[in-house]
Design a protein around this ligand. Sequence first.
Ligand code: ZN
Length: 416
Amino acid sequence: MAGDSTILNIGLARTDITPEQPVTMAGYASRKDLSQGVHDPLSARAIAFEHGSERLVVVSTDLIGFYDGTCEPIRDAILSECGLRPEQLFLSAVHTHAGPSLGLSSGRAHPNNVAYTKRLKRQLVQVTKTALAELQPANLTAARGSSPVGVNRREQITTRDGGTEIRLGRNPSGPMDREVQVLVVRRPDDAAPRGILFGYGTHSTALGPRNHVISGDVHGLAEQFVERYFGEGTIAPGFAGASGNVDPWYRVVPEFRTERGWIPEPVLLGTMLGEEIVQVVAGAGSKDLGGSIAADLQILELPGNRNDTGESTVPVGLVVTAARVGEAAFVGLGGEVFNQIGRAIKEASPFAHTLIITHCNGTAGYLPILEAYPEGGYEVRTSPFGPEAAGLVVAEVTRILHELHDDASRVASASR
Ligand SMILES: [Zn+2]
């Protein structure tokens, strides 16, 4: 059926990317020692879509992100070996801080990490090829849930001199997007779903800098839960939604505690998220969202963060990838954006379902909202972007989504 212009084909594949050697771990500059063992395996999961001659591949990896110049070489390898155009590939990471740091340069990265990254590159090419080889007619449906696993992390504290300061902590009444976004792939004759894609906006930082055990953290443990629940045939790629200012409810714990009946916090939170996904899948509507495919990739040139003199610095690029598969849209952002930005994009989107995927096709860093700049805090201090950037991103992504949507209606009416 491949190539039939009226049918949506979907293929999924998964591969184990757990480090085989001790590696340096990503996410905390203070953590220098190599990893000490594995709590749960890391995976890469790919989903391929095909409608007529158009294709789209979305890859989820249980990694922190493609930092240190690893994004382009890995993307290039996948694109050239799989015959894809740049906008047809979403290469993303769930942002676990309990995984390996990537590096292809032996001067900068530990030899074990360089070897790991080279192997990873081959594995990501292969998992994409396998997903493309698995293309078969399938339905695509959507569902939504809600989860309290993540919480706004910008906690206001009172300083000694009586002022206030934002620090990384827990701000339960702060702005938050608790939506769990779910897309379900079913093949006509299968009992269990073939694919369950989910997006949720939290950092995967239940484990902190004192942990040295490899884990997918909240997102990875949720993926594993969903796959265990539905069985071997189901692949559940997870995605970090807009989570720049969101941490897990229990954050940066040092270890998987199990004494005296304690349930390790990452397991507790990953399981909670996983159970919500399973409940939502059971109640998913039957409306097939599938349809024609279109995609776009833009590098937005955005105002830079102010320097010490108050002058705006040079513009900074943010990679935005957007695609539609029928009435489902994918928005990939090459950085970590505040949850309000994801919510604004979803609200403005003309599509029935708009999956927000961060740490995708780039690693620009934090994108806070305008209102956060006067408050300050870690994300604002370290952001490469100026205060006006977030508004420009929402406007531009909305414009691209409308263009993809209108294009879809044109294609649909032309084929009638
Ligand atoms: Zn982060």
